[in-house]
Design a protein around this ligand. Structure first.
Ligand code: GLN
Length: 220
């Protein structure tokens, strides 16, 4: 057999392996998504779009408006909206303390990122400036460059916060013009844009993988 024949075969075999790996990941997420129960804080803002995105991935989703609705959940989403309103309503219903006591993975988008920063609930190791992209361009769409993925993610930025300072252990997973806009601090996955407003589900998939990992460690 010629060298190119051998390489061709290897390439074919690799293609099969890759396809199998993709299928395994997809079916795992499919299976896992169905067993997980995710809460979406539904006080104000773009919570319905998160509910739909997560249901579309097969997760069980509940809207959270009261502290007791957090019990037994595997993960929590804090959506975008108006952070002052979300914080005020959370305090009114006692959800601020309930969210502080929640130990599972949290996806915070836009206002959700603001709510957990050091100057608000102080749960994640970062500080953000609100509405920091200026009046003229306060809302825009742009490609977010992802770490470890050649295909950028389309980000919808709506009066978005800009990260001013990040703790040393916070991983930067996505950048826009050199600014970190998608970060992970342990169990917190935080985006300054709105991944629920596009059809690209990579952020929600990553979140469900974090939830799956946390719940399988918890059940050991
Ligand atoms: N500007 C809003 C705030 O300060 C956040 C905007 C958003 O969530 N899209 O809370």
């Amino acid at each position: 057999m010629t060298v190119s024949g051998v390489l061709g075969r290897e390439r074919e075999a690799l293609g099969v392996v890759n396809r199998v790996a993709v299928l395994v990941v997809e079916s795992r997420l499919d299976r896992v998504g169905r067993n997980l129960r995710i809460g979406v804080l539904a006080l104000q803002g773009a919570f319905r779009e998160h509910v739909e995105a997560l249901r579309g991935l097969g997760a069980g989703v509940v809207e959270v408006r009261l502290p007791e609705e957090l019990a037994g959940l595997d993960g929590l989403v804090i959506p975008g909206g108006e952070s002052t309103t979300i914080v005020r309503l959370a305090e009114l219903y006692g959800l601020d303390e309930a969210v502080r006591s929640f130990t599972g993975p949290v996806l915070g988008t836009c206002a959700g990122m603001i709510v957990v920063d050091r100057e608000h609930l102080d749960l994640a190791d970062l500080v953000v400036d609100r509405n920091a992209y200026g009046r003229q361009v306060s809302s825009f769409e742009a490609d977010v460059e992802l770490a470890g993925d050649a295909i950028p993610l389309r980000g919808v930025f709506i009066r978005a916060p800009r990260i001013r300072s990040l703790g040393a252990d916070v991983e930067v997973l996505g950048e826009f013009e050199g600014d970190p806009v998608l970060v992970r601090d342990g169990r917190f996955l935080l985006a300054s844009f709105h991944p629920e407003l596009t059809d690209d589900r990579r952020v929600h998939e990553l979140f469900l993988t974090m939830v799956e990992e946390a719940s399988s460690v918890g059940s050991l």
